[in-house]
Design a protein around this ligand. Structure first.
Ligand SMILES: *Cc1c(COP(=O)(O)O)cnc(C)c1O
Length: 379
């Protein structure tokens, strides 16, 4: 088969075209609205291989726990449907512990500790609100501090007999200044026996938050890990067990099948073997190409910006100049309407810019993005 027919076959068998979907190029990053990430081949192969087989699910969960432990340094781990599910189940674990009747009764929290402390600047939404994700258990969110500042005494004095846990969010979406650090939150909470849950859905670092003292850390399986749609709970053996037991209650509708568990195990193993340097270098090539294409434009200015939460990832910030007839919003929309459509990281267009993220591109797509940019800007 020649390279040309090979290419023709891939184009023909693009399932998106078969289904009538637009074949979008994702220059927005790891966004669940666009299908999160490119699954790693190891995860796809594991899912296909286990799909037709019967397994003892308890044993598969045990193997997943071991895979999470070795990737994160946690005592134990548990796989669920999504990071949002993982937050709900982790919070539920702190309400009920391993008491089965309490688990079966949620969201009725009669007699249970049910207050969950969250810094107000961490009350994010990721397509749904963190507050609702927590409240689904029957817990009540108690905000700490103000939108723009949280102080240690505000957390310390908010802890009561009813406090079940604190939830700490690591994300570009939180307020990025004057919040309590994870070290501070762990110190204050642990002094009063309150466990700390970290939502690290979209973070590369699988070890740092546990090493910092968090009792449970939750991740998305389908973001940087390149696994199937799933959530990972990692942490203390007792709390992970209590989170897993929620599958007898509110977790039932959040359960994952054998294929997702096998896929996450494979993705975690692949993460350990991934050549992060080589990926960084490839991302850098895309950024350089885009910078070079934009350089002659009188409409836009480009500069590299590091990831706000310290993930090893740079993005290209495209600022539309006030003198331009474009606005950031209109340019983002024009790119999304192009053929093929280019989806940019566009949630701050009201500030006059959008970002181009190189972390989810197939070979050849960086060039297509460059081409669409040049076409829109008439370069
Ligand atoms: C994406 C995200 C979530 C939700 O993750 P899902 O796995 O899609 O449920 C939760 N918290 C943060 C900070 C996120 O970025």
């Amino acid at each position: 088969m020649t390279a040309a027919t090979d290419l023709a076959n891939t184009v023909q068998t693009d399932i998106r075209r078969e289904l009538g979907l637009r074949p979008i190029i994702n220059a927005s990053g790891t966004m669940t609205v666009f299908g999160a990430s490119i699954m790693v081949p190891e995860a796809i192969a594991a899912m296909a291989a286990i799909a037709g087989e019967f397994v003892e699910m308890q044993h598969l969960h045990q193997l997943a726990s071991e895979a999470v432990s070795s990737a994160t340094g946690a005592e134990a781990g548990f796989i669920t449907a999504s990071c949002a599910s993982a937050i709900t189940l982790a919070v539920a674990a702190t309400l009920t512990g391993d008491r089965l009747l309490a688990i079966e009764r949620l969201p009725d929290t009669t007699g249970l500790k049910r207050e969950v402390l969250v810094q107000l600047g961490h009350m994010v939404g990721y397509g749904a609100s963190l507050e609702q994700t927590i409240a689904m258990t029957g817990a009540r969110v108690v905000p700490v501090g103000t939108v723009s500042m949280a102080r240690d005494y505000q957390l310390d004095e908010a802890i009561t007999e009813s406090t079940a846990c604190a939830v700490f969010v690591v994300s570009h979406m939180t307020v990025q200044y004057a919040m309590l650090s994870l070290e501070q939150v762990c110190r204050i909470c642990h002094a009063k026996g309150v466990p700390v849950i970290v939502d690290a859905a979209s973070e590369y670092d699988l070890r740092a938050f546990l090493a910092c003292g968090a009792d449970l850390v939750v991740y998305s399986g389908h973001k940087f890990l390149g696994g199937p749609t799933s959530g990972i709970v990692a942490g203390s053996r007792a709390l992970v067990r209590a989170a897993a037991l929620q599958n007898r209650g509110i977790g039932r509708g959040m359960k994952v099948g054998k294929e997702s568990i096998a896929g996450v195990i494979a993705a975690l193993q692949a993460w350990g073997r991934r050549d992060h340097q080589a990926i960084r270098a490839r991302e850098r090539q895309a950024l350089d190409l885009w910078l070079q294409v934009m350089a002659p434009s009188a409409d836009v200015h480009g500069r590299l910006v590091p990831d706000p939460t310290g993930n090893p990832l740079d993005r290209l910030r495209v600022t539309v100049l006030p003198s331009s007839l474009w606005t950031a919003r209109r340019l983002a929309d024009a790119l999304a309407a192009a053929d093929p459509p280019v989806m940019v990281r566009d949630y701050q267009t009201d500030l006059g810019y959008f970002d181009l993220d190189p972390c989810n591109l197939h070979p050849g797509e960086a060039e297509k993005v460059a081409h669409q940019l040049a076409a829109c800007l008439k370069l």
